[in-house]
Design a protein around this ligand. Structure first.
Ligand SMILES: Cc1cc2nc3c(=O)[nH]c(=O)nc-3n(C[C@H](O)[C@H](O)[C@H](O)COP(=O)(O)OP(=O)(O)OC[C@H]3O[C@@H](n4cnc5c(N)ncnc54)[C@H](O)[C@@H]3O)c2cc1C
Length: 187
């Protein structure tokens, strides 16, 4: 956001698939938990100062990008979403019909994480998941409910850091070795 402003963009919009967080802690988010409250970063503050409003649009997702004859980006097509519980009780975004919108755009920056691993492998193999939709496998053992199937990194612990991915990758390799050989020399 800040970089776009410093490059003197004519306008800037931040699309956010999640809803806006409350201004104050909810009763389900007491101290000393990390406060899940609305925050305004300096880039958003600057955008509001220049353009008169917070640049964020909430509960919205991009459906497609459309280019011109030269292949340059021209438009972003979006739709609003509402967060509803699926069959497993997890909140998932559902598109709201009639809220489609076309935004003129010349540059799109993707800066997003993820809310959980893809489901295909879980479903096809029958791997059990935890309440955050990650593979259910104890740290240190990395074994899932399926014999011979191990899980590590983001897929097991949720979105995290490269150092954890390395640590868990090494740990999972060690446990695979132990499973296959009956013992292991890997640390
Ligand atoms: C935008 C963004 C910025 C980030 N910035 C940082 C940062 O600055 N510092 C930091 O430490 N961490 C950062 N992270 C987090 C970090 O990238 C992850 O924690 C880390 O990459 C997780 O490693 P992983 O091996 O568990 O999973 P991944 O790196 O996601 O690797 C999973 C691999 O599995 C492959 N795969 C998926 N499905 C299948 C399939 N069916 N068959 C075969 N292969 C498959 C994928 O193609 C992928 O290569 C960032 C993450 C994102 C999304």
């Amino acid at each position: 956001m800040g970089t776009s402003l410093r490059h003197r963009c004519k306008s800037v919009t931040q699309l956010e698939i999640m809803p806006q967080l409350p201004l104050e802690r909810g009763s389900n988010n007491p101290w000393p938990e990390y406060p899940r409250v609305h925050k305004v970063d300096y880039g958003q503050q600057e955008a509001a100062a220049i353009f008169g409003e917070d640049p964020r649009q909430y509960c919205i997702t991009a459906k497609k990008f459309v280019g011109d004859e030269q292949g340059q980006l021209k438009e972003v097509h979006t739709v609003k979403v509402e967060w509803v519980k699926d069959d497993l009780g997890r909140f998932t975004p559902r598109e709201i019909a009639g809220t489609e919108k076309v935004w003129p755009a010349q540059l799109v920056l993707l800066a997003m994480g993820f809310t959980g691993p893809e489901e295909t492998l879980f479903e096809q193999l029958g791997v059990e998941r935890d309440e955050r939709s990650n593979a259910k496998a104890e740290y240190g053992k990395f074994a899932t409910n399926l014999e011979g199937v191990f899980s590590a990194g983001d897929m097991r612990r949720g979105q995290s850091l490269v150092i954890w991915a390395i640590n868990e990758g090494r740990g999972a390799a060690r446990e695979c070795d132990r499973y296959l050989m009956g013992s292991t020399n890997l640390l």
